[in-house]
Design a protein around this ligand. Structure first.
Ligand SMILES: Nc1nc2c(ncn2[C@@H]2O[C@H](COP(=O)(O)OP(=O)(O)OP(=O)(O)O)[C@@H](O)[C@H]2O)c(=O)[nH]1
Ligand SMILES: [Mg+2]
Length: 419
Protein backbone atom coordinates (compact mmCIF):
# COMPACT_ATOMS: atom_id res chain seq x y z
CA UNK A 1 0.00 0.00 0.00
CA UNK A 2 1.30 3.43 -0.94
CA UNK A 3 0.25 6.10 1.55
CA UNK A 4 1.20 9.69 0.85
CA UNK A 5 -1.03 11.50 3.32
CA UNK A 6 -1.61 10.95 7.00
CA UNK A 7 -2.94 12.85 9.99
CA UNK A 8 -1.27 11.95 13.25
CA UNK A 9 -1.19 13.21 16.82
CA UNK A 10 2.11 14.14 18.38
CA UNK A 11 2.87 15.17 21.90
CA UNK A 12 6.08 16.16 23.63
CA UNK A 13 6.74 15.00 27.19
CA UNK A 14 5.40 16.84 30.20
CA UNK A 15 7.87 18.40 32.58
CA UNK A 16 8.45 16.54 35.83
CA UNK A 17 7.32 18.07 39.13
CA UNK A 18 9.75 19.78 41.42
CA UNK A 19 10.15 18.23 44.85
CA UNK A 20 9.21 19.83 48.20
CA UNK A 21 11.58 17.81 50.31
CA UNK A 22 13.55 18.59 53.45
CA UNK A 23 16.87 17.18 54.38
CA UNK A 24 16.47 14.58 57.14
CA UNK A 25 19.19 12.25 58.30
CA UNK A 26 21.05 11.29 61.46
CA UNK A 27 22.80 14.66 61.56
CA UNK A 28 19.87 16.84 60.57
CA UNK A 29 16.61 16.35 62.40
CA UNK A 30 15.02 19.24 60.61
CA UNK A 31 17.32 20.20 57.77
CA UNK A 32 16.65 22.77 55.11
CA UNK A 33 14.81 22.30 51.84
CA UNK A 34 16.57 19.94 49.44
CA UNK A 35 13.90 19.23 46.84
CA UNK A 36 15.35 18.88 43.34
CA UNK A 37 13.89 20.17 40.08
CA UNK A 38 11.68 18.13 37.80
CA UNK A 39 13.22 16.94 34.52
CA UNK A 40 12.34 18.53 31.18
CA UNK A 41 9.93 16.57 29.00
CA UNK A 42 11.24 14.92 25.82
CA UNK A 43 11.07 16.78 22.49
CA UNK A 44 9.52 15.49 19.27
CA UNK A 45 11.69 15.38 16.15
CA UNK A 46 11.17 14.25 12.59
CA UNK A 47 13.98 12.79 10.52
CA UNK A 48 14.27 11.52 6.94
CA UNK A 49 14.75 7.78 6.64
CA UNK A 50 16.05 6.70 3.22
CA UNK A 51 14.60 3.21 3.80
CA UNK A 52 11.07 4.57 3.80
CA UNK A 53 9.31 5.23 0.53
CA UNK A 54 5.89 6.18 1.81
CA UNK A 55 3.81 6.98 4.87
CA UNK A 56 2.26 3.54 5.38
CA UNK A 57 3.61 3.37 8.96
CA UNK A 58 1.26 6.18 9.86
CA UNK A 59 -1.76 4.39 8.48
CA UNK A 60 -1.90 2.12 11.51
CA UNK A 61 -0.17 4.05 14.26
CA UNK A 62 -1.45 7.55 14.74
CA UNK A 63 -0.29 8.69 18.13
CA UNK A 64 3.31 9.51 19.00
CA UNK A 65 4.32 10.67 22.46
CA UNK A 66 7.73 11.61 23.83
CA UNK A 67 8.78 10.68 27.37
CA UNK A 68 7.74 12.73 30.39
CA UNK A 69 10.38 14.30 32.60
CA UNK A 70 10.99 12.59 35.92
CA UNK A 71 9.98 14.21 39.20
CA UNK A 72 12.61 15.83 41.36
CA UNK A 73 13.59 14.14 44.61
CA UNK A 74 15.26 14.78 47.94
CA UNK A 75 18.94 15.61 48.33
CA UNK A 76 18.57 18.01 45.44
CA UNK A 77 18.16 15.17 42.99
CA UNK A 78 16.87 16.52 39.71
CA UNK A 79 14.34 14.44 37.80
CA UNK A 80 15.62 12.75 34.68
CA UNK A 81 15.02 14.31 31.31
CA UNK A 82 12.16 12.77 29.33
CA UNK A 83 13.22 10.73 26.33
CA UNK A 84 13.06 12.50 22.98
CA UNK A 85 10.93 10.97 20.29
CA UNK A 86 12.36 10.79 16.78
CA UNK A 87 9.78 9.99 14.14
CA UNK A 88 11.15 8.54 10.91
CA UNK A 89 9.51 9.61 7.68
CA UNK A 90 10.37 9.27 3.99
CA UNK A 91 12.51 12.06 2.62
CA UNK A 92 10.26 14.74 1.18
CA UNK A 93 7.59 14.61 3.88
CA UNK A 94 6.04 17.99 4.50
CA UNK A 95 4.63 18.52 7.99
CA UNK A 96 1.79 20.99 8.34
CA UNK A 97 -0.73 21.97 10.95
CA UNK A 98 -4.43 21.54 10.24
CA UNK A 99 -4.63 25.05 8.83
CA UNK A 100 -1.95 24.26 6.28
CA UNK A 101 0.93 26.17 7.89
CA UNK A 102 4.20 24.47 7.02
CA UNK A 103 6.06 23.39 10.13
CA UNK A 104 8.89 21.55 8.44
CA UNK A 105 9.87 19.93 5.18
CA UNK A 106 11.95 16.86 5.94
CA UNK A 107 14.60 16.83 3.27
CA UNK A 108 18.03 17.02 4.89
CA UNK A 109 19.76 14.51 7.15
CA UNK A 110 19.39 16.48 10.36
CA UNK A 111 16.44 15.71 12.63
CA UNK A 112 14.05 18.66 12.86
CA UNK A 113 12.50 19.51 16.22
CA UNK A 114 8.80 20.13 15.96
CA UNK A 115 7.68 20.12 19.61
CA UNK A 116 9.51 21.01 22.78
CA UNK A 117 9.03 19.13 26.02
CA UNK A 118 7.50 20.83 29.04
CA UNK A 119 9.78 22.58 31.49
CA UNK A 120 10.54 20.80 34.72
CA UNK A 121 9.10 22.32 37.90
CA UNK A 122 11.45 23.92 40.42
CA UNK A 123 12.16 22.14 43.66
CA UNK A 124 11.56 23.87 46.98
CA UNK A 125 15.28 24.67 47.24
CA UNK A 126 14.61 27.36 44.66
CA UNK A 127 11.99 29.08 46.79
CA UNK A 128 14.11 29.27 49.92
CA UNK A 129 14.96 32.85 50.91
CA UNK A 130 16.25 34.50 54.09
CA UNK A 131 12.70 35.15 55.23
CA UNK A 132 11.20 31.94 53.86
CA UNK A 133 13.64 29.32 54.98
CA UNK A 134 11.38 26.30 54.83
CA UNK A 135 9.23 26.55 51.72
CA UNK A 136 6.83 23.66 51.82
CA UNK A 137 5.95 23.90 48.18
CA UNK A 138 7.48 23.25 44.80
CA UNK A 139 6.54 23.97 41.22
CA UNK A 140 4.68 21.41 39.15
CA UNK A 141 6.08 20.45 35.75
CA UNK A 142 4.78 22.16 32.65
CA UNK A 143 2.06 20.14 30.94
CA UNK A 144 2.21 20.26 27.17
CA UNK A 145 -0.57 19.76 24.68
CA UNK A 146 -0.97 17.14 21.98
CA UNK A 147 -1.22 18.43 18.42
CA UNK A 148 -2.64 17.00 15.24
CA UNK A 149 -0.31 17.33 12.30
CA UNK A 150 -0.71 16.52 8.63
CA UNK A 151 2.06 14.56 6.90
CA UNK A 152 2.16 14.98 3.17
CA UNK A 153 4.70 13.14 1.08
CA UNK A 154 6.05 15.00 -1.90
CA UNK A 155 8.48 12.72 -3.65
CA UNK A 156 11.85 14.06 -4.56
CA UNK A 157 13.04 13.10 -8.01
CA UNK A 158 15.01 14.73 -10.81
CA UNK A 159 12.63 13.82 -13.59
CA UNK A 160 8.86 13.37 -13.63
CA UNK A 161 7.07 11.38 -16.34
CA UNK A 162 3.73 12.74 -17.49
CA UNK A 163 1.28 11.70 -20.17
CA UNK A 164 -2.06 10.11 -20.96
CA UNK A 165 -2.81 6.62 -19.58
CA UNK A 166 -1.34 3.67 -21.46
CA UNK A 167 1.21 5.70 -23.45
CA UNK A 168 4.02 3.68 -21.86
CA UNK A 169 5.25 5.84 -18.97
CA UNK A 170 5.87 2.86 -16.71
CA UNK A 171 7.51 0.99 -19.57
CA UNK A 172 9.83 3.96 -20.08
CA UNK A 173 10.67 3.97 -16.38
CA UNK A 174 11.43 0.25 -16.43
CA UNK A 175 13.53 0.62 -19.58
CA UNK A 176 15.75 3.34 -18.15
CA UNK A 177 15.93 2.47 -14.45
CA UNK A 178 16.08 -0.27 -11.87
CA UNK A 179 12.36 0.13 -11.07
CA UNK A 180 9.92 -2.70 -11.81
CA UNK A 181 6.56 -0.95 -12.10
CA UNK A 182 3.43 -2.76 -13.16
CA UNK A 183 2.90 -2.51 -16.92
CA UNK A 184 -0.28 -3.55 -18.69
CA UNK A 185 -2.31 -2.74 -21.71
CA UNK A 186 -5.12 -0.88 -20.04
CA UNK A 187 -5.68 2.58 -18.60
CA UNK A 188 -4.70 3.41 -15.03
CA UNK A 189 -2.37 0.48 -14.54
CA UNK A 190 -0.30 2.76 -12.36
CA UNK A 191 -2.29 3.83 -9.33
CA UNK A 192 0.58 5.02 -7.14
CA UNK A 193 3.82 6.74 -8.02
CA UNK A 194 6.88 4.63 -8.85
CA UNK A 195 10.42 5.85 -8.48
CA UNK A 196 13.55 4.48 -10.16
CA UNK A 197 17.22 5.35 -10.25
CA UNK A 198 18.81 5.73 -13.68
CA UNK A 199 22.51 4.96 -13.85
CA UNK A 200 24.30 5.97 -17.01
CA UNK A 201 28.07 5.94 -17.23
CA UNK A 202 29.19 7.91 -14.15
CA UNK A 203 25.89 9.77 -13.82
CA UNK A 204 22.76 8.94 -11.89
CA UNK A 205 19.36 10.54 -11.57
CA UNK A 206 15.96 9.68 -10.15
CA UNK A 207 12.79 9.35 -12.23
CA UNK A 208 9.23 9.34 -10.90
CA UNK A 209 6.38 7.75 -12.82
CA UNK A 210 2.86 8.76 -11.85
CA UNK A 211 -0.66 7.69 -12.89
CA UNK A 212 -1.85 8.88 -16.29
CA UNK A 213 -3.65 12.17 -16.64
CA UNK A 214 -6.80 12.66 -18.67
CA UNK A 215 -8.84 15.63 -19.76
CA UNK A 216 -10.60 17.14 -16.74
CA UNK A 217 -8.13 15.63 -14.26
CA UNK A 218 -8.10 19.00 -12.50
CA UNK A 219 -11.83 18.55 -11.89
CA UNK A 220 -11.25 15.02 -10.63
CA UNK A 221 -11.66 13.01 -13.85
CA UNK A 222 -9.79 9.71 -13.91
CA UNK A 223 -7.59 9.58 -10.85
CA UNK A 224 -7.75 13.36 -10.58
CA UNK A 225 -4.53 15.29 -10.31
CA UNK A 226 -3.68 15.12 -6.63
CA UNK A 227 -0.72 12.84 -7.31
CA UNK A 228 0.82 15.64 -9.39
CA UNK A 229 2.31 16.88 -6.14
CA UNK A 230 4.73 13.99 -6.48
CA UNK A 231 6.30 15.66 -9.47
CA UNK A 232 6.11 19.19 -8.12
CA UNK A 233 9.62 18.87 -6.81
CA UNK A 234 11.17 17.36 -9.89
CA UNK A 235 13.71 19.39 -11.76
CA UNK A 236 12.26 18.61 -15.18
CA UNK A 237 9.49 16.67 -16.90
CA UNK A 238 9.52 14.11 -19.68
CA UNK A 239 6.22 14.16 -21.49
CA UNK A 240 5.53 10.70 -22.91
CA UNK A 241 3.34 10.73 -26.02
CA UNK A 242 2.05 7.66 -27.87
CA UNK A 243 3.09 8.57 -31.42
CA UNK A 244 1.62 5.39 -32.91
CA UNK A 245 -1.91 6.61 -32.29
CA UNK A 246 -2.84 2.97 -31.72
CA UNK A 247 -5.55 3.99 -29.31
CA UNK A 248 -7.01 6.43 -31.79
CA UNK A 249 -5.76 9.50 -29.96
CA UNK A 250 -4.11 12.30 -31.84
CA UNK A 251 -0.54 12.79 -30.50
CA UNK A 252 -0.57 16.57 -31.01
CA UNK A 253 -3.94 17.05 -29.36
CA UNK A 254 -3.08 14.82 -26.43
CA UNK A 255 0.20 16.64 -25.86
CA UNK A 256 -1.67 19.96 -25.67
CA UNK A 257 -4.35 18.47 -23.46
CA UNK A 258 -1.90 17.19 -20.86
CA UNK A 259 -0.04 20.51 -20.79
CA UNK A 260 -3.32 22.26 -20.16
CA UNK A 261 -4.06 19.94 -17.21
CA UNK A 262 -0.60 20.64 -15.79
CA UNK A 263 -1.24 24.35 -16.08
CA UNK A 264 -4.57 24.01 -14.29
CA UNK A 265 -2.79 22.28 -11.43
CA UNK A 266 -0.09 24.89 -11.08
CA UNK A 267 1.78 27.38 -13.21
CA UNK A 268 4.95 26.26 -11.52
CA UNK A 269 4.51 22.73 -12.73
CA UNK A 270 3.55 23.89 -16.22
CA UNK A 271 6.64 26.07 -16.46
CA UNK A 272 9.06 23.28 -15.65
CA UNK A 273 11.56 22.42 -18.32
CA UNK A 274 10.01 19.67 -20.45
CA UNK A 275 11.25 17.36 -23.18
CA UNK A 276 9.12 14.99 -25.23
CA UNK A 277 9.51 11.23 -25.70
CA UNK A 278 7.52 10.02 -28.69
CA UNK A 279 6.94 6.41 -27.64
CA UNK A 280 5.79 3.27 -29.45
CA UNK A 281 7.73 4.21 -32.59
CA UNK A 282 8.02 0.48 -33.34
CA UNK A 283 4.33 0.48 -34.22
CA UNK A 284 4.68 3.16 -36.90
CA UNK A 285 4.68 1.94 -40.49
CA UNK A 286 7.91 2.89 -42.33
CA UNK A 287 6.14 5.45 -44.49
CA UNK A 288 4.62 7.28 -41.50
CA UNK A 289 5.23 11.02 -41.24
CA UNK A 290 3.84 11.23 -37.69
CA UNK A 291 7.19 12.08 -36.08
CA UNK A 292 8.00 14.87 -38.54
CA UNK A 293 4.45 16.22 -38.33
CA UNK A 294 4.77 16.37 -34.56
CA UNK A 295 8.17 18.05 -34.71
CA UNK A 296 6.82 20.71 -37.05
CA UNK A 297 4.12 21.61 -34.53
CA UNK A 298 6.53 22.01 -31.62
CA UNK A 299 9.83 23.32 -32.95
CA UNK A 300 10.92 24.67 -29.57
CA UNK A 301 10.98 21.33 -27.81
CA UNK A 302 13.63 18.64 -27.62
CA UNK A 303 11.85 15.62 -29.10
CA UNK A 304 13.20 12.07 -28.87
CA UNK A 305 11.47 9.26 -30.76
CA UNK A 306 11.76 6.02 -28.79
CA UNK A 307 10.38 2.56 -28.34
CA UNK A 308 10.40 1.60 -24.71
CA UNK A 309 9.44 -1.91 -25.83
CA UNK A 310 12.43 -2.46 -28.13
CA UNK A 311 14.74 0.00 -26.33
CA UNK A 312 15.30 1.93 -29.55
CA UNK A 313 16.12 5.58 -28.79
CA UNK A 314 16.07 4.99 -25.01
CA UNK A 315 19.77 5.80 -24.67
CA UNK A 316 19.24 9.02 -26.65
CA UNK A 317 16.48 9.93 -24.25
CA UNK A 318 18.79 9.44 -21.26
CA UNK A 319 21.44 11.59 -22.94
CA UNK A 320 18.94 14.38 -23.63
CA UNK A 321 17.67 14.24 -20.03
CA UNK A 322 21.24 14.52 -18.72
CA UNK A 323 21.90 17.50 -20.99
CA UNK A 324 18.92 19.33 -19.50
CA UNK A 325 19.66 18.32 -15.90
CA UNK A 326 23.16 19.72 -16.35
CA UNK A 327 21.70 23.14 -17.00
CA UNK A 328 19.40 23.09 -13.96
CA UNK A 329 20.21 23.83 -10.32
CA UNK A 330 20.77 20.74 -8.20
CA UNK A 331 19.11 22.14 -5.14
CA UNK A 332 15.82 20.53 -4.24
CA UNK A 333 12.89 22.85 -4.08
CA UNK A 334 11.68 22.83 -0.56
CA UNK A 335 8.80 24.33 1.30
CA UNK A 336 9.65 27.07 3.69
CA UNK A 337 8.88 25.65 7.10
CA UNK A 338 9.34 27.32 10.42
CA UNK A 339 5.78 27.59 11.67
CA UNK A 340 5.98 26.96 15.42
CA UNK A 341 3.25 24.64 16.59
CA UNK A 342 3.75 24.98 20.33
CA UNK A 343 4.50 28.67 20.65
CA UNK A 344 4.72 29.25 24.41
CA UNK A 345 2.60 32.03 25.80
CA UNK A 346 4.00 33.15 29.13
CA UNK A 347 3.18 36.83 28.76
CA UNK A 348 -0.51 37.28 27.94
CA UNK A 349 -2.69 38.61 30.72
CA UNK A 350 -6.41 39.35 30.45
CA UNK A 351 -8.91 40.56 32.98
CA UNK A 352 -12.60 40.34 32.21
CA UNK A 353 -15.63 41.20 34.30
CA UNK A 354 -18.12 38.37 33.89
CA UNK A 355 -21.91 38.61 34.25
CA UNK A 356 -21.77 37.56 37.91
CA UNK A 357 -19.61 40.56 38.70
CA UNK A 358 -16.45 38.49 39.06
CA UNK A 359 -13.13 39.66 37.60
CA UNK A 360 -11.73 36.68 35.74
CA UNK A 361 -7.97 36.70 35.20
CA UNK A 362 -6.55 34.48 32.45
CA UNK A 363 -3.60 34.15 30.07
CA UNK A 364 -0.22 32.50 29.73
CA UNK A 365 1.35 34.64 32.42
CA UNK A 366 -1.16 33.39 34.99
CA UNK A 367 -0.82 29.76 33.88
CA UNK A 368 2.93 29.98 34.31
CA UNK A 369 2.61 31.54 37.76
CA UNK A 370 -0.05 29.15 39.04
CA UNK A 371 2.15 26.16 38.21
CA UNK A 372 4.36 27.09 41.13
CA UNK A 373 1.60 27.59 43.68
CA UNK A 374 0.00 25.25 46.20
CA UNK A 375 -2.96 27.27 47.32
CA UNK A 376 -3.66 25.18 50.39
CA UNK A 377 -0.19 25.94 51.69
CA UNK A 378 -0.05 29.24 53.57
CA UNK A 379 3.55 29.94 52.58
CA UNK A 380 2.85 29.18 48.99
CA UNK A 381 -0.24 31.34 49.07
CA UNK A 382 1.73 34.21 50.58
CA UNK A 383 4.27 33.84 47.78
CA UNK A 384 1.43 33.88 45.26
CA UNK A 385 0.04 37.12 46.67
CA UNK A 386 3.44 38.70 46.48
CA UNK A 387 3.82 37.68 42.87
CA UNK A 388 0.37 39.04 41.99
CA UNK A 389 1.64 42.45 42.97
CA UNK A 390 5.11 42.09 41.58
CA UNK A 391 3.99 40.76 38.21
CA UNK A 392 1.52 43.60 37.72
CA UNK A 393 -1.59 41.46 38.01
CA UNK A 394 -3.07 43.61 40.78
CA UNK A 395 -2.45 46.72 38.65
CA UNK A 396 -4.16 45.08 35.73
CA UNK A 397 -7.15 44.23 37.94
CA UNK A 398 -7.36 47.82 39.13
CA UNK A 399 -7.19 49.05 35.56
CA UNK A 400 -10.19 46.86 34.81
CA UNK A 401 -12.06 48.51 37.68
CA UNK A 402 -11.60 45.95 40.49
CA UNK A 403 -11.66 47.40 43.99
CA UNK A 404 -10.85 46.06 47.42
CA UNK A 405 -13.43 43.43 48.39
CA UNK A 406 -14.43 42.52 44.80
CA UNK A 407 -14.48 38.90 43.71
CA UNK A 408 -11.58 37.77 41.58
CA UNK A 409 -11.19 34.40 39.88
CA UNK A 410 -7.79 33.02 38.92
CA UNK A 411 -7.55 29.54 37.50
CA UNK A 412 -11.05 28.64 38.76
CA UNK A 413 -10.28 29.74 42.30
CA UNK A 414 -12.15 32.64 43.88
CA UNK A 415 -10.40 35.31 45.91
CA UNK A 416 -11.30 38.57 47.41
CA UNK A 417 -9.39 41.50 45.99
CA UNK A 418 -6.92 42.91 48.46
CA UNK A 419 -4.83 45.86 47.56
N1 LIG B 1 4.53 -1.61 -29.01
C1 LIG B 1 4.86 -0.94 -27.94
N2 LIG B 1 4.15 -1.07 -26.84
C2 LIG B 1 4.51 -0.37 -25.75
C3 LIG B 1 5.63 0.49 -25.75
N3 LIG B 1 5.72 1.03 -24.52
C4 LIG B 1 4.72 0.53 -23.80
N4 LIG B 1 3.99 -0.32 -24.54
C5 LIG B 1 2.77 -1.04 -24.09
O1 LIG B 1 1.77 -0.12 -23.77
C6 LIG B 1 0.96 -0.60 -22.71
C7 LIG B 1 0.92 0.44 -21.60
O2 LIG B 1 2.20 0.56 -21.03
P1 LIG B 1 2.40 1.19 -19.58
O3 LIG B 1 3.86 1.38 -19.41
O4 LIG B 1 1.67 0.39 -18.56
O5 LIG B 1 1.69 2.59 -19.78
P2 LIG B 1 1.47 3.75 -18.74
O6 LIG B 1 1.59 5.04 -19.48
O7 LIG B 1 2.35 3.58 -17.59
O8 LIG B 1 -0.06 3.51 -18.37
P3 LIG B 1 -0.87 3.96 -17.05
O9 LIG B 1 -0.07 3.54 -15.88
O10 LIG B 1 -2.14 3.23 -17.15
O11 LIG B 1 -1.01 5.43 -17.15
C8 LIG B 1 1.59 -1.93 -22.28
O12 LIG B 1 0.89 -2.97 -22.87
C9 LIG B 1 3.00 -1.83 -22.82
O13 LIG B 1 3.56 -3.10 -23.08
C10 LIG B 1 6.38 0.60 -26.96
O14 LIG B 1 7.36 1.30 -27.07
N5 LIG B 1 5.94 -0.15 -28.02
MG1 LIG C 1 1.90 3.23 -15.64
Amino acid sequence: MFVDYAVITIKAGNGGDGSAHFLRDAHHIAGGPDGGNGGKGGDVYFVADPQKSNLVDFYYTKKFVAGNGGNGGGQNCNGKRGEDLIIKVPRGTVIKDKQGNVIADIIGDEPVRVLRGGKGGRGNTFYATATRQTPNFAQTGELVKAYKVVLELKLIADVGLVGLPNVGKSTVLSSVSNAKPKIANYHFTTLDPNVGVVKYKDKAFVVADIPGLIEGASEGAGLGHKFLRHIERTRMLVHVVDISGIEGTDPVASFKLINEELRKYSDKLASKKMIIALNKCDLLPPESTAIDDFRRQFPDYTIVPISAATMKGVEDLIIEILKVLNTLPVEIEHEEGGFVLDERDVTSLNVELNEDGVYVVSGGKIDELVRGIVLTDTQSFAYFQKRLKKDGIIDKLKEAGAKEGDDVMINNIMFTMVD
